[in-house]
Design a binder for this molecule. Structure first.
Ligand code: FES
Ligand SMILES: [Fe+2]
Length: 345
């Protein structure tokens, strides 16, 4: 088992959660989500304790969820509040409920110990909420691979030259140094490519005449939120640290939800500091990202397939693995805390 349970995960896009129940699988658990008439999200295990019909086949009644078979009705705490065919529900009529919270256009869920759930721990990008920054929502990328393979990829700026040559890659940056840092929240991996020809992305969205200084900062939060802060300034006008004038900056945000051990949904969005009000710019960025992430998906699914075929075979290491290795170590520490002796390799 490689799942950290005591963490907030994204269960779905907020705009998809309506008064129709929504079935999702999260950490191999089947969950039903719904939005009550008060607008608040709710979640419970997706099974009626009577004849085991999935509650997602029922309907929302006020703030509660009614089973589609015989009408047992549950509140957001999983308590049966109505059994239409009898005077009162059986005393043991209760299902598991989950803490949920809405932020950044997403519904977050906690499948671990409810006593440890604190909404203050939910990831938040301040710029998402700020004037001058434009938000573009992407897709729910469905990848047949363990979430840690996605995390490896998102700790690794070096792969872009090989996997994304036309968009994010930069032939001049192939040997640009990569550094990384152990953070309380995860691992920060950085690469600066100074005095370079612009990447395809920078060329498309920046208006630089000549060469540029570019940065990639990969913030990988345990267990599975990745924020990639990247951008460019005209060469010599001020590096990222200096907050250079005329920079273009994008936060590419990935919220990865383990569905099973070999399937992950990566819901992504992006936040930019230019042309914030122009939705077509957001769509253009999404188009580039969509192409790039489809390239990652092909690689990661192929790797998962070979991992399955070569179970137990040791991989060789490269210097570029260091930050991903540190990230996995940190996830393993969390796993050991939750289930001593059960941490993954
Ligand atoms: S199966 Fe849900 S009420 Fe009977
Ligand atoms: Fe990639």
């Amino acid at each position: 088992m490689t799942f950290v349970r005591n963490a907030w995960y994204v269960a779905g896009w907020a705009h998809d959660l309506t008064d129709a129940p929504l079935a999702e699988t999260i950490l191999s658990e089947n969950v039903v989500l719904w939005r009550g008439e008060d607008g608040k999200p709710r979640a419970a295990e997706n099974v009626c304790p009577h004849r085991f019909l999935p509650l997602s086949q029922g309907r929302v009644r006020g703030n509660d969820l009614q089973c589609g078979y015989h009408g047992l009705t549950f509140d957001g705490g999983g308590v049966c509040v109505d059994a239409p065919t009898q005077d009162a529900p059986p005393t043991n009529c209760q299902i598991r409920s989950y803490p949920v919270h809405e932020n950044m256009g997403m519904i977050w869920i906690w499948v671990g110990d409810p006593a440890l759930a604190d909404t203050a721990d939910i990831y938040d990008l301040p710029e998402y909420h700020q004037d001058g920054w434009g938000v573009g929502f992407g897709d729910a990328l469905d990848v047949d691979a363990n979430y840690l393979l996605l995390c490896d990829n998102l700790c690794d700026p070096t792969h872009v030259n090989y996997v994304h040559p036309s968009t994010l890659g930069n032939p001049e940056g192939i040997n640009a140094p990569v550094t990384f840092d152990d953070k309380p929240w995860g691992v920060l991996t950085e690469r600066f490519t100074l005095n370079s020809a612009p990447t395809g992305f920078v060329d498309a969205f920046g208006s630089y005449e000549g060469r540029v200084d570019m940065w990639q900062r990969y913030l990988m939060y345990t267990p599975s939120v990745s924020i990639i802060d990247f951008g460019a300034t005209a060469t010599g006008t001020g590096s990222f640290e200096g907050g250079g004038e005329g920079r273009i900056q994008v936060y590419s945000c990935h919220f990865m939800t383990p569905i099973t051990e070999t399937r992950t949904i990566d819901r992504w969005l992006h936040v930019r500091n230019f042309l914030a009000g122009d939705a077509s710019v957001g769509d253009g960025i999404s188009d580039q990202f969509r192409n790039a992430f489809a390239e990652d998906k092909i690689i990661l699914q192929a790797v998962q397939g070979e991992e399955d075929r070569h179970a137990g075979r040791t991989k060789i290491g490269l210097d570029l693995d260091a930050s991903a290795g540190l990230f996995r170590l940190k996830v393993n520490r969390l796993l050991r805390t939750e289930a001593p002796g059960q941490a993954a390799e």
